[in-house]
Design a protein around this ligand. Sequence first.
Ligand code: AMP
Ligand code: MG
Length: 404
Amino acid sequence: MPSLEEARRLILDHAVPLGTESVELIDSMGLVTAEDIVAPWDMPLCDNSAMDGYAVRVADCGGSAKLRVTGFIPAGSLPATSLLPGCAFKIMTGARIPEGCDAVVPFEETDGGCEIVTISTRVRAGQHIRFTAADVHRGEVVVPAGELIRAPEISMMAALGKSRVTVFRRPRVAILSTGDELVALGEDVVPGKVIDSNGVTLAASVKECGANPELLGIVRDTRASHIAKMTVGLKADIFITSAGVSVGERDLVREVLTELGMSQVFYGVDVRPGGPTTFGVLNGRLIFCLPGNPVASMIMFEELIRPAILKVMGYKRVLRPHVQAVLQESVSKRAGRVKLLRVRLESSNGAYKAFSSGDQSTGMLKTLTRADGIAVLPAERTSFTAGDEIEVHVISSNAVMLEA
Ligand code: AMP
Ligand code: MG
């Protein structure tokens, strides 16, 4: 049975980016470039003013200079003439610098004159001018292939006129819930039955990664129904099943998937909760079988499936932030297996404090709704006390930010 780390390594070894596609720039957010983005022109495109003020000639300034204001260049218009000695043009931020001008003096450093402007500050050549190509040279690679597209990359591509971009495509992730006890969300639930919360939870988590979930619904614990839906699920890029993966007498998931051609990479991970998690492959497709317990299912999605989806999407960094935190209470566990503890994080003076977020029985969903992270308690140790340093995988990005 692989350790959590080994399981992740085995999975990531099988996860490779899918094909590429061209998308509208706005739809590329959170995806990864599959082409080098090359600047078709210089940026800025021409020398322009960085301030609202006066375009001047440095040679005319010095002491208390009085210059004749002979022109006005608003943003978006071009200077009609060149700037003559002894003269100044009023100029707005972003407007093109006129011929003859070699500095801009901001309004607040002048008397603001309309016909004659007085400048009494020292003026340096080139001041408050944004020079052609100061930011980007034509032909330069501004966003290399393999880069995650965030708002700054969108901004750069938009500024360079790029309205479509080639990216690694979003994987289709099929999700199937199994179990005789399940009822669909929205239907009546009676004692003994359980709402299929895993389906929608997994779909939401897949969406958060930027991939496309496909909910296949619920199948009963019969071979025929398993075969019918699993045949569909195996057509997706990634297939996730929920429940029926333990050794219960009706746990058919692995058996049927194997019959349908899955080759099992591992059955079970040396970790609690989430132990029975299974991973297999078929024709380059990734297949994950999660335990039915909602907490185990979510934690295993976090630890194993999310990194795989991101890698398939072309991400180089596929893990959430890991932080060292100081445990604030004592915790005990069984020897021999890594325990994943749901914790709440507090940060003070740059250090993290970790608190257990509640009863750690696998059935306790509330403990996960209150958690900011998953602490990885090493296999060998059985007792931890307040003050111990532990590693926490941060699952709620707000946990590493300051409260507003
Ligand atoms: P199993 O992995 O089949 O042994 O299921 C373990 C536990 O998870 C049981 O308490 C199930 O009722 C529960 N469970 C199984 N599937 C789901 C699901 N789709 N949504 C919520 N709970 C589930
Ligand atoms: Mg079951």
